[in-house]
Design a protein. Structure first.
Length: 212
């Protein structure tokens, strides 16, 4: 991911925020033809200091489920169009439109597994995580005979992260007045996506103002 120094971040709290808001990621591996294979997939995220692991599962029929080894994960964040007309200095500085966004690219190693106990634990953990997110309580029950075929139809993975690349392009390359104007304009659009992007801009400004 092309990341100019101005937009590069190293604080892993931003990765925490990205995966808390959207744990539906893009998992990339290299296919047998040398081209990328990708799966859009929900994951469980765990971080202990700088040790980071993602877990999830594929359908066994997915060719990517046979891959062990090097892989990338792309994590999406808030994003949105920024009009040049919002900048107070748009005329003297000859400003042009742009796109603000936050994203992460993770590099690491995939380890697959298909033993029943590990898959049962994984599916139960995924169900608990996402049922809670919608206020429901459905639970995976490994003792039910009907769930046996479901487990045999999937392959689990652990993704051990070796490198984190965080990119926050949030107008920090602009003067203070322009940053404030973009936040105001995004808030005024009053859409969930524009207001979320404005909030991320505020968080980023606060972090750098306090140095934490």
């Amino acid at each position: 991911m092309f990341t100019p120094r101005t937009f590069a971040e190293t604080e892993l709290l931003w990765l925490d925020r990205l995966l808390a808001r959207d744990p539906f990621v893009t998992l990339l591996t290299t296919g047998s033809d040398g081209l990328p294979e990708l799966t859009r997939i929900p994951v469980l995220y765990q971080r202990d200091a700088e040790r980071i692991e993602l877990r999830g599962h594929w359908a066994r029929a997915n060719p990517q489920s046979r891959h062990n080894g090097a892989a990338k994960v792309l994590v999406d964040g808030p994003h949105g169009y920024v009009s040049a007309s919002w900048y107070p200095d748009k005329e003297p500085a000859a400003r042009v439109p742009t796109w603000n966004y936050a994203a992460a690219e993770l590099r690491g190693q995939l380890q697959t597994f298909d033993d029943t106990d590990a898959l049962s634990e994984l599916v139960g953990a995924i169900s608990d995580r996402f049922e809670a997110s919608v206020g429901q309580g459905w639970q995976f029950d490994p003792s039910r005979a009907e769930h046996g075929p479901e487990l045999r139809a999937i392959v689990g993975f652990r993704f051990q992260v070796e490198q984190v690349q965080l990119k926050l392009k949030l107008s920090q390359n602009h003067p203070e007045a322009n940053q404030r104007a973009v936040i105001t304009a995004l808030d005024a659009l009053a859409t969930p996506s524009s207001q979320e992007l404005a909030q991320w801009m505020r968080w980023h400004r606060e972090q750098h103002a306090t140095g934490t």
